[in-house]
Design a protein. Sequence first.
Length: 363
Amino acid sequence: MSKPATKASSTKVTEYSPLAIAPARVLRGNHCLANSGQEIATLGVRPLVIGGNQTLKVAEAFLQPALKAAKLISKTASYIPDCAESSLVRLKETVQQHQADLIIGVGGGKALDMAKLVAYQCGLPIVTIPTSGSTCAAWTALSNVYSETGAFQYDVTLSRCPDLLILDYELVRTAPQRTLVAGIGDAIAKWYEASVSSGDATATLLISAVQQARILRDILLQKSAIALENTESDAWREVVDATVLLAGVIGGIGGADCRTVAAHAVHNGLTHLLEAHDVLHGEKVAYGILVQLRLEEMVQGNQLAASARQQLLKFYSEIGLPKSLEDLGLGEITLAQLRQVTAIATQPQSDIHRLPLLYLTNS
């Protein structure tokens, strides 16, 4: 897939252009969470642990020994019903009640996004502990906010990446394989979106981020099927590192000019369907990549996009990513619902307009 030559660079140097590139510290390895108590204690002694109900139960056996060993006074709180404004208000009240001086986010994308946002708004340090390889949310300085029914509302750019990221492979192995498959879909989108959103930029860091996205794609194409066959393999650990860590690096180095385009715009539209509530983030994004490539093929006559789409369709079949609305469980949605998704995906502020198309409306 070639980079479009029609989009002007948006990397003009300004007087003040901060980059939130990476967490201050990253711990990774088997059982590293059990030995992380002293690392966590350097950030606070009264942590509020935020996650989903089921995830908190699973993670407790991994996290609580570390907190007890460091003599930290912790409290747990759920972000349910969703990463929504109502949850944010409630959790900020819990911060005050517990007199928390540290936030620990445990879980997948929404749990970590909510924990980061609570920490940001309360001015507290944040530790992120991913429980699956489903997203790079543990790394990034960004939080997405949803409605209580799971519809995407807006995102919030945070001032910095997490203070500490703990990637415990043993904890990640407890997650269903479907979550890692979804994470592969989310991560591989970096190339197909970043290579477009960066335009014809010549800035050093942006070029570096785009090339890292290409490397990420290649790693996932080569190693994903092997990784999914054996969770004890080096390939599995490398794919988890790719979905959780390397995907975050790309967003951090590239910034806003190296993030989402049509794939995530399609995801955002699909979240407004109640029928899609149980479809994972990365599954919707993976389908969105196919939509983006089809748009590039149809409107631009981009044959590289057509070839890339055929390559992805084969890859999706190998690892179990959705290739159609039917695969997403949305084969029965109505034309009116599809129009609703399209209207949201193509609204004026949508990142889909980073596509260098002649025109794109929601009519």
